[in-house]
Design a protein around this ligand. Sequence first.
Ligand code: ZN
Length: 456
Amino acid sequence: MLQKLWNPEIETLSREQVCALEAPLIADQIRYVYQHSPYYRDKYDLAGIDPATIDSHSALARLPFTEKSDIAQAQQQGELFGPNQCCDFDDIIRMTCTGGSTGEPTRLGWTRNDIDGYNEMGARAMWAMGCRPRDLVISCLNYSMYAGGIMDHGAFETLGAGILPYSIGNSERLLEMLSRFPPRAAGYSLFMTPSYAVRLADIAQQNGIDLHRLNVTRGYFSGEAGLQVPGYRDKIEQAWGMRAMDMYGTAELGVQSGECEHRNGHHYCGAGLVAAELVDPASGETLAFEDDSVGELVYTSLRREACPLIRLRSHDIVRIYTEPCACGRHSFRLHTLGRSDDMFIVKGVNVFPLAIQEALLKHRPEISAEFFVELTREPPIDYRPRLCIEVSPTLNSKGYSGLAQAIVSTLQQQCNFSATVEFVAQGSIATEHKTRRLYRAYLDQAAPALEVLYRQ
Ligand SMILES: [Zn+2]
């Protein structure tokens, strides 16, 4: 009989036991980065911290945070992996990229042991979601550079599932291929973003394909929030006749959490590999790891060799649950509430306000390139967000429509994202303070009420 948990020994540990297990690993990882990375050495020396005293979760909280932008900045100055690279290049066997805050990919190196750790975490999360060696998973995440494709592929293989690397695009061909697969007692499984499952269902309908005849019985979802939104999971499950399960992770550190059959939050699957802390996103103060606490997750790699990350801010705001789950896992569970920074995802594409700004600059002087985006409904964002832009007073209103069209196509080309453009008078958006670029109306962050001169 197949076991219920992927790694019962680890997944049944209490928080206290996890902290005890991880304490010596924290000490080892800190000693390692201090020896091999001038970036961490300088940082700790500057803060007057003796690395030999960092040997527990509570001691870890004394160290400064790492921001993704620190690493990105060093890469922009010409380093391949950045100042946290701790091993020789000869030991690095894989490179992946993650979306950076500027939209520029940030590079990350992995040794064989690093990849093994990623696969172990991923296998725990995938097993929690119900994936088993009987599964034949068609992976429709992006295999071009990013972790979701190639890295998670390895985790499915580690678990023992069969996997077809399909990647993104070619939706009609995918549906055609699925409809030619022979019936299979265990059915077929999809691995994709939730919004893509919805889009595929639309395409199937347009092409007269009955999804219920495709024998796709399970869906594993990643890459964006969505399945926790009431009604959205039902919509996907009904459209496909499948059971849809969700996981959550960060590209830098791996897939660390997956929901179990009870669907009461995502089980954290990183014990012994990545230490998790909860902090107040505004003050950075460490928060107690208690049931129902809300805060930002901060991660520390424990066994990474190529590019260790110490106290990396995830900017993911989560609610945690510490009560043991009926599935037998004692790991804490989490529910993602949103991101503290400004990235948002439209139809599976990461959109950054800075990248929009860059695209808008092309259309000066007809517009001032002062703008904001308003997201009216909660993710998944499968609609065209409202993009409000200041227009020059010298432009005749007869030119508004053509200009709006041109902006839409620039955004499509540069950011792979579609918006509904609105023009407002020059000077009404920008303030002398930091101008806000993103409003999430569904979180009670309504955009300022402005007189709209033109609406697409
Ligand atoms: Zn559970």
